[in-house]
Ligand binder design. Structure first.
Ligand code: SF4
Length: 334
């Protein structure tokens, strides 16, 4: 874990999320919770990566706008504070595209072709053999470098993307002028939340609980969860380690509840519905403040648009300054 002690002036953190629409608890525990934590310690720039979404889903234009704003509502509902963090939409920033183009001139294509995910994904799906998908790590580099971000919060599997950004910055600084700081990966503790079936929580698997699912929907989803397959009757003892409900208890329950589940399950002292109730209650408690904030925002959609407007203009001022320097360094300031 990186030390989060604030320093003056606050160093910049950059992070983006593809617009997948309403977020689920896996997004919250995997990223958003961390963003909320980072925003008071760093100068955080959080953006909707809608161009990135098009690198893999370029035919899906329907519903994009709705997905963007549903996601921003969830960010705000989770506690992202626009007074502390700058929120913006990537496609509103043509400056990113210009820096991407300028960096592309000197970036060897082999750096992009060797990215671990590229070959595998293209081999699986020929529709991804596009220039946009190949260039996606370079676009990401432009997203980061245009704000001179000091840190990029990543899970370990994304570290190669930060590494290529560092290489791109080094090459630019060597060829033209030392303008672009190399960002550091901010390896942060996040939890990979299991879904209702024990696999990773994901919309694709249909095993998700949305951040703003209504309380009765959450209760129904949890009550219908599979349990230990060997616990067929109420009187059969079970084994929590075989049960996806237990995987969620590990995230949501306090130590007393966990001890109650373990002994009650193994001795058949509790039924599975009894066991699920504290989980339902814990998710309801977690969601309550999100729902209150989201209701307020949904009643005033202009406010959400305004927050994004202000953030986009704030980001643009920084991006333009970097671009002026980059153009100058490349002899394009005429
Ligand atoms: S008692 Fe709880 S942990 Fe045990 S099988 Fe039932 S739901 Fe799973």
């Amino acid at each position: 874990m990186t030390d989060l002690a604030p320093s003056a002036p606050r160093q910049r953190v950059l992070s983006g999320m593809r617009p997948t629409g309403a977020l689920h608890l896996g997004h919250y525990h995997g990223a958003l919770k961390n963003w909320v934590r980072l925003q008071s310690a760093y100068d955080c720039f959080f953006f909707v990566a809608d161009w990135h979404a098009l690198t893999t889903h370029y035919q899906h234009r329907e519903g994009l706008e709705q997905s963007v704003y549903d996601m921003v509502v969830d960010w705000l509902a989770a506690g992202i504070d626009p007074a502390q963090a700058t929120l913006f939409i990537q496609s509103r920033m043509p400056e990113h595209a210009e820096l991407f183009t300028l960096l592309a001139m000197s970036t060897p294509s082999s750096w992009l072709e060797r990215m671990p995910s590229y070959k595998d994904m293209v081999a699986e799906n020929r529709e991804l053999a596009t220039y946009g998908f190949l260039g996606y790590p370079l676009l990401q580099a432009a997203d980061i470098l245009i704000y001179k971000a000091a840190f990029v919060p990543v899970g370990e599997d994304q570290a190669p993307h930060v590494e290529v950004t560092r290489e791109v910055a080094r090459r630019f600084n060597h060829l033209y002028a030392p303008l672009l700081p190399e960002p550091q990966a901010l390896l942060t503790e996040t939890s990979r939340l299991p879904g209702l079936d024990g696999r990773k929580m994901s919309k694709t698997y249909g095993n998700a609980i949305a951040m703003r699912d209504a309380p009765e929907v959450v209760a129904e989803k949890v009550r219908r969860m599979q349990t230990d397959p060997q616990r067929v009757r109420r009187g059969d003892p079970g084994e929590p380690e075989r049960c996806p409900v237990w995987a969620l208890h590990k995230v949501y329950a306090d130590s007393d509840t966990r001890a109650w589940v373990e002994s009650g399950c193994r001795s058949a002292g509790i039924g599975c519905l009894d066991c699920k109730q504290p989980l339902i209650d814990a998710i309801h408690d977690e969601q309550a403040p999100w729902r209150a904030r989201a209701d307020e925002l949904l009643a005033d959609p202009k406010k959400v648009h305004w927050i994004v407007e202000v953030g986009t203009e704030r980001a643009r001022a920084v991006a333009r300054k970097t671009l002026r320097e980059v153009r100058g360094a490349m002899g394009l300031d005429y």
